[in-house]
Design a protein around this ligand. Structure first.
Ligand code: HEM
Length: 420
């Protein structure tokens, strides 16, 4: 059964996490040997696809529930790898399918993360190493680009999405990835509007551009709100497969979704701690975005951002544009506050039990906090590390703090007629 490239259009944000679901995952045939598929079916573009899509989630559930062991899992996967031809060289035979094969290898590898890296089977590491040697531009770890962009592009073409969890939990996990993919264009559109105003202030109608940016951000915020429907148990089921380990790479995280950070850079100058965040994150952003983030970071640091333009008087917005600018910042804050609320529900141990972060409490914290110095998971100090390896609480409240601080300065500059 072939799905057209219209899957994306068919799934609305309201469908995400709905009990009925929306993606169907027909069983895939096994293709034991490498080589061109007779019908060049896109379903079979990765020789590991049938295993990862059809069997891995149930295998991992069996290990989690004590019906199987990691040793048995490794033995089965070694058979799958052998049958796929991993002993003969890199599994991907051409660059166009290499990212998908890499994704499959990393889904298999990350399945061992709850047991720690010592459980990684050698033949799996060897297959990954052979791929990386042959295709050096591929991320050697489960990156945001592979997990979200490659995984969801494949879903758009075939209707299949890779997940770790089995059954209903797996459908919710698929929506977790899909929602990121479907939401990003909305914030990307907001960045496009704001950046055009920074780059060509005279060629753009500021009020119209900012109103459109605000609408895009509002759409983005509504995607985020939809995640309130994701049960904690579903999130907790797949989270262990994305947690990093000492000495290993950072895990995939929304922290590495590029358009959000691009929008922030086009809006306001990076603070010292935000620069540190970008230093630590750049290698984990999708490859296409790394030079763009670097370019905007430099530009923004040198004053090429909207807030600085207003503070310096280079941009003098009329009342409508000024209201729209504050609306953009407010809606960005709303997104981040909704995100905080959803994250607090999903990872309560990362937050102090009695204190719900509010705009007021975040502004009152007086500055950004050290997001690299988090203590161990579950220590109850409210600085638990996320899959990115950053302190969940501090990285999220810092992000709100920067926007609120910038908003206050803009509002002071624009004066009471706008802010009343
Ligand atoms: C249940 C849903 C979600 C949870 C529990 C969650 C959790 C987290 C956590 C813990 C972080 C801190 C960094 C880390 O991962 O270690 C983070 C960062 C981030 N997440 Fe999420 N996330 C969720 C959904 C989303 C969605 C749907 C988006 C975007 C559409 C998103 C975008 C971001 C961004 C942009 C950051 C970096 C901080 C910022 O710039 O605001 N997240 N997320």
């Amino acid at each position: 059964m072939r799905h057209a490239r219209t899957m994306e259009a068919k799934v609305k944000k309201e469908d995400l996490f709905s009990p009925q679901g929306h993606t169907d995952r027909p069983e895939l045939p096994e293709r034991p040997r490498r080589g061109p598929a007779p019908d060049a079916d896109s379903l079979l573009r990765s020789p590991l696809g049938p295993y990862v899509l059809n069997r891995l989630p149930a295998d991992l559930a069996a290990v989690t529930q004590g019906r199987s062991t990691y040793e048995q899992l490794a033995a089965e996967q070694c058979r799958v790898l052998r049958a796929a031809g991993a002993e003969d060289g890199p599994l991907a035979t051409d660059p166009s399918t290499a990212p998908l094969v890499q994704l499959d290898l990393l889904f298999m590898l990350n399945g061992y993360l709850p047991a720690g890296p010592t459980a990684f089977p050698r033949p799996l590491l060897a297959a990954l190493a052979a791929q990386c040697d042959r295709y050096p531009s591929l991320d050697p770890h489960m990156s945001y680009e592979l997990l979200i962009d490659v995984n969801c592009a494949e879903w758009e073409t075939t209707g299949h999405i890779r997940v770790f969890s089995d059954g209903d939990l797996g459908r919710l996990e698929g929506d977790f990835y899909l929602g990121h993919h479907l939401a990003e264009p909305a914030v990307r559109g907001a960045f496009d509007r704001v950046s055009s105003l920074v780059l060509e202030p005279h060629a753009v109608d500021p009020a119209a551009a900012l109103e459109e940016a605000r609408r895009g951000l509002d759409d983005f915020r509504r995607y985020m709100a939809q995640y309130g429907r994701l049960p904690r148990e579903a999130f907790q089921a797949f989270r262990p497969y994305h947690m990093g380990h000492p000495g290993g790479a950072r895990g995939a995280s929304g922290a590495f979704m590029p358009s959000v950070q691009l929008l922030e850079l086009a809006l306001l100058a990076p603070t010292a701690l935000y620069e540190l965040y970008l230093d630590q994150s750049l290698a984990y952003f999708p490859a296409w975005s790394r030079p763009v983030v670097s370019e905007w970071r430099e530009r923004s640091r040198d004053g090429g951002n909207l807030v600085q333009a207003v503070l310096d008087g280079r941009l003098k917005p009329d009342r409508r544009a000024a209201v729209a600018l504050l609306g953009v910042i407010d809606t960005f804050v709303d997104f981040r506050m909704v995100h905080l609320g959803v994250t607090r529900k999903a990872i309560p141990e990362a937050f102090e039990r009695s204190a719900r972060p509010t705009r007021q409490s975040i502004l009152a914290q007086g500055g950004e906090r050290d997001f690299l110095g988090g203590a161990g998971p579950g220590d109850g100090r409210g600085d638990e590390l996320g899959t990115s390896g950053f302190s969940v609480h501090h990285v999220l409240t810092n992000a709100v703090h920067r926007l609120l601080t910038a908003r206050r300065r803009v509002a002071e500059t624009l004066g009471p007629t706008v802010t009343e």
